[in-house]
Ligand binder design. Structure first.
Ligand code: MN3
Length: 386
C-alpha cells in the first residue's frame, strides 16, 4: 500500500490522481490532501477518503474548512496551514509519496520539504525542478528519496531511458503539440486574447500551463526540467513539434536506435506510472488504437515565432539563479496577460528584459532560490512602472 499526500488535489492533475487512487484501493490510499483554497471539490474529497491531514496555505482557510467539516462526526482530518502544516503532514510516518500537483512556483517549498523528509516525490510541478533542480537533486540523494516525473514528456523520457544505459544516450527528444497558435502567422499574434490562448487543442489543463503551452514557454521549462531530472546537456535536448500528441517523447541512443513512449493524451498514464513504479497498474487507461490514430507528423519548432524556446536554453546555459528568474518572471507576466494587462507577445519580451537585468548568483540553499524569485518579481515590476 502506498500512502499518498496529494497536493493540489482540486486541480486538473489532482483530480485525475484522485480518480487513479480510487480505482486501485488495494494499492493506493490518499492519506493527506492540500489545495490553494477550501472549495466544494475539496470538501467532497475529504468526505470521500477521510484523510489524516488537509493543508491550506492560509490559517483562515483551514479554520473555515475545519468548521465546515466538524458536523460530519466521523471525519478524523486534521486541518493545517502554511509551510509548517505541510511539514507536519509530510513528516507523518504513514506517508510514503508526495504527489506535487500544485500549480506554478507555489509548489517549490513542497518539493523541497518532501525530499528533505525522505519522501518519494511524484512531480507534476515542473516549476520547482526548474527553479531549484540542483538543490532538489542534492536533497533527494541525501535522504535517498526518489523524484519520479509526472509531466507527460518526462514520464515518457523516464520510461524510454529504462531501455539503456545513461552513457549510451545520445539525446532526448521532447515532443510538443505546438499549442493553438502553431500555424498562425506571427503578424496575427497581436490579436491573441486570453480566451484564444486558453483553448488548447490536445490537453485540458490549468490556466497557467495552458498559456505556457500556447507561448511554448512550457516546452522551454520542460527543457530545463529534463536537464535537472536526467542530467543531460542542454545541447542534447531537442524539441520536436508533433501535433497529434501520440508520442509523448523519445530517447535516441548512440547506436542510432530511437525509443518512443506512446499513448493517448491522458494524464492518468503518467500519474499512474509515477504511483506504481517500478510496476504498472493493470487497466489504467484505454490503449492507443493505431488505425484510428491515423498519420502522425513532426516539424522542427519555429524558434523565431516562439522566442521562449531560446530564452529557456539561454537561462539553462547561464545556470545559477537564471532558470529560477526565467520561471518566476514568466509566471508574473502570464498572470498579467490573463488579467488582460499586457499583450501575448509582451510575455516573452518582458521575460527577456528581466533576464537581461538580472545578475545571476549561485544557488546553495532554498532561501537563495526564494531570493532569486523575489528579485525576478521586483525587476518585473520595474518594467511595468515605466
Ligand atoms: Mn508536459
Amino acid at each position: 500500500m502506498r500512502n499518498i499526500f496529494l497536493a493540489g488535489s482540486t486541480g486538473s492533475i489532482g483530480k485525475s490522481a484522485f480518480e487513479v487512487a480510487l480505482s486501485y484501493p488495494e494499492k493506493l490510499c490518499v492519506r493527506a490532501v492540500a489545495a490553494g483554497h477550501f472549495s466544494a471539490e475539496l470538501k467532497r474529497q475529504i468526505l470521500d477518503v477521510n484523510p489524516s491531514y488537509c493543508v491550506l496555505p492560509l490559517k483562515s482557510e483551514s479554520d473555515r474548512a475545519g468548521d465546515a467539516l466538524k458536523r460530519f462526526g466521523n471525519i478524523k482530518t486534521k486541518f493545517l496551514s502554511g509551510d509548517e502544516g505541510f511539514k507536519e503532514a509530510i513528516e507523518d510516518g504513514d506517508i510514503n509519496v508526495v504527489l506535487n500537483a500544485v500549480g506554478g512556483s507555489a509548489g517549490l517549498m513542497l518539493s523541497y520539504l518532501s525530499l528533505v523528509a525522505g519522501k518519494d516525490l511524484a512531480l507534476a510541478n515542473k516549476e520547482s525542478m526548474v527553479m531549484a533542480g540542483g538543490i532538489l537533486n542534492r536533497a533527494a540523494s541525501a535522504s535517498k528519496a526518489k523524484i519520479i516525473p509526472v509531466d507527460s514528456e518526462h514520464s515518457a523520457l523516464f520510461q524510454c531511458l529504462g531501455c539503456g544505459k545513461k552513457t549510451d544516450v545520445k539525446k532526448l527528444i521532447l515532443t510538443a503539440s505546438g499549442g493553438p497558435f502553431y500555424n498562425m502567422n506571427k503578424t496575427e499574434f497581436q490579436k491573441i486574447t486570453p480566451v484564444m490562448a486558453l483553448n488548447h487543442p490536445k490537453w485540458k489543463m490549468g490556466k497557467k500551463i495552458t498559456i505556457d503551452s500556447s507561448t511554448l514557454a512550457n516546452k522551454g521549462l520542460e527543457i530545463i526540467e529534463a536537464h535537472y531530472l536526467f542530467d543531460i546537456d542542454e545541447k542534447d535536448i531537442e524539441v520536436l513539434i508533433h501535433p497529434q500528441a501520440v508520442i509523448h517523447s523519445m530517447v535516441e541512443f548512440k547506436d542510432g536506435s530511437v525509443i518512443a513512449q506512446m499513448g493517448r493524451p491522458d494524464m492518468k498514464g503518467p500519474i499512474g506510472y509515477a504511483l506504481s513504479y517500478p510496476y504498472r497498474f493493470h487497466g489504467l487507461m484505454k490503449p492507443l488504437n493505431f488505425a484510428e490514430a491515423g498519420s502522425i507528423e513532426f516539424f522542427a519548432p519555429d524558434a523565431e515565432k516562439f522566442p521562449f524556446l531560446n530564452l529557456a536554453r539561454e537561462a539553462l546555459r547561464t545556470g545559477k539563479s537564471m532558470p529560477a528568474v526565467f520561471c518566476e518572471a514568466n509566471e508574473f507576466f502570464v498572470n498579467l496577460f490573463l488579467g488582460e494587462k499586457i499583450s501575448f507577445e509582451r510575455i516573452s519580451q518582458n521575460v527577456e528584459k528581466v533576464m537581461q537585468k538580472h545578475k545571476p548568483f549561485g544557488l546553495m540553499t532554498i532561501e537563495d532560490v526564494i531570493e532569486a524569485k523575489n528579485q525576478a518579481v521586483s525587476i518585473s515590476k520595474t518594467l511595468l512602472s515605466r
